[in-house]
Design a protein around this ligand. Structure first.
Ligand SMILES: *Cc1c(COP(=O)(O)O)cnc(C)c1O
Length: 412
């Protein structure tokens, strides 16, 4: 359920007509609904009865207004860079609810995380552990650590967003992880507090989650036998959403499946949902510049692959709707952007509303990995982000200008 709905053929975000926002802020822009963000966060977080922290995966949608909203709802953050840590802290997220994942943390990033007093650093290799020990010793601080284990489970999702297979770069193979824990135990400035795993994104079935939790459970028991106890079990993110006709598990089903396995482990659960909370809480609004009939029908819009990379990167599907619906007429077309790349499309040979120059289109389900993956390619200023709450809207990130494009550049 989201709050992008038609009222008499006019597409609204909550109680604001989207065309009114376009008239004021121009196009393209990302648009988020406070009500949908809130509802999705609460549905997910509220599905768990076990002690837990919902650490929103910042990389899915990192605007500080969005992070602040989740912080106000009691959420934490899963971060993968110093920049995301900076954002989370600026947004007012409690550092004791921040967990840090990622295979390639720099020493500067480790220092920043330790000095900020975050809850847990999810270490992904032995060399990273050694680097962390060195940084922590230098600061005279103990680093709270969990290892990200790779359970070798097939999440049955797109190859680029599967992370828990042995052939993926993520985590430490679960069979070898006991050695890592034992090595960490001997280190002066490392404190072991958890185990983590994250097997992929856009999963539409609970069984891979359950399978990986079962493997992790066996591993935690092995740790306990070796005299190592943990307080946190971080199960990552990855719950999918409906872009088209997928049927992802409801939060209640997902939570129940995990808690059934969890009940006797005695640790706090950490969850890192991203897409499932923000994906259908945001859209990209774009304007039709031209249409043309070449070998096929092209609808040329003012948003491109630099603004929304998912179709080009993953062949991902996003439904495209008319902001002001004239009739139900659809046609098969490619919706393409202005970028000088053949891979620059938002829809390829898909049914889209018949439209003409000047019409506004809504690219649905763009709240996750939309703005955060956008770039300045082709020297295109990044678009504005707008947040609606009830009958008002706020620009939460200004459209970049030509000056922002060259800020920091110089001719020697
Ligand atoms: C990307 C990522 C997530 C979020 O994944 P979603 O599919 O958006 O829920 C969570 N944890 C880690 C470690 C990630 O890399």
């Amino acid at each position: 359920m989201n709050h992008f709905q038609y009222k008499d053929d006019i597409l609204f975000c909550e109680d604001v007509a989207i065309a009114d926002i376009a008239a004021e802020v121009g196009t393209p822009f990302y648009l988020y609904s406070t009500e949908t963000l809130t509802r999705h966060f609460k549905a997910f977080d509220g599905a768990f009865s076990h002690p837990h922290i919902t650490c929103f995966a910042t990389k899915a949608c990192s605007n500080i207004a969005v992070l602040n909203l989740f912080g106000e709802l009691g959420g934490g953050a899963d971060i993968v860079s110093g920049g995301e840590l900076f954002r989370a802290l600026k947004a007012g997220i409690d550092p004791k609810k921040i967990v840090y994942s990622g295979v390639g943390k720099s020493k500067e990033e480790m220092r920043f995380a330790l000095e900020s007093g975050i809850l847990m650093i999810n270490v992904e290799s032995h060399q990273e552990l050694e680097a962390l020990q060195e940084v922590a010793a230098g600061l005279g601080i103990t680093a709270p650590v969990s290892f990200r284990v790779n359970p070798d489970v097939d999440p049955k999702t797109h190859a680029y967003i599967s992370t828990g297979l042995a052939k993926n770069k993520f985590g430490i193979p679960i069979q070898e992880a006991l050695h890592s824990y034992q090595a960490a135990e001997k280190m002066s400035h490392i404190e072991i507090i958890g185990v983590s795993c994250h097997i992929g994104s856009q999963l539409t079935d609970v069984s891979p989650f359950v399978e990986s939790l079962q493997k992790v459970k066996v591993f935690v028991e092995k740790l306990n036998q070796a005299g190592i106890t943990i307080s946190y079990l971080d199960l990552g993110g990855g719950v999918g959403i409906c872009y088209n006709d997928e049927e992802p598990p409801l939060p209640a089903i997902y939570a129940e499946a995990l808690e059934r396995e969890m009940h006797d482990l005695g640790c706090t659960l950490i969850l890192e949902p991203g897409r499932v909370i923000v994906g259908n809480a945001g859209i990209l609004v774009t304007k039709v510049l031209f249409t043309k009939q070449g070998g096929k029908k092209f609808v040329i819009v003012d948003a491109g692959m630099n603004d929304l990379a998912r179709p080009s990167l993953y062949g991902a599907y996003h439904a495209i709707k008319a902001v002001n619906r004239k009739n139900d007429a659809v046609e098969v077309a490619d919706v393409v952007g202005p970028i000088c790349e053949t891979g620059d499309f938002l829809a390829k040979e898909k049914e889209v509303p018949v439209c003409r120059s000047g019409d506004l289109l809504a690219v649905m389900s763009s709240g996750a990995y939309g703005f955060t993956m956008s770039s300045n390619y082709n020297s295109r200023p990044r678009v504005a982000e707008v947040l609606v709450k009830g009958d008002v809207f706020h620009v939460i990130r200004k459209r970049e200008t030509y000056d922002s494009l060259i800020a920091g550049e110089m001719i020697p």
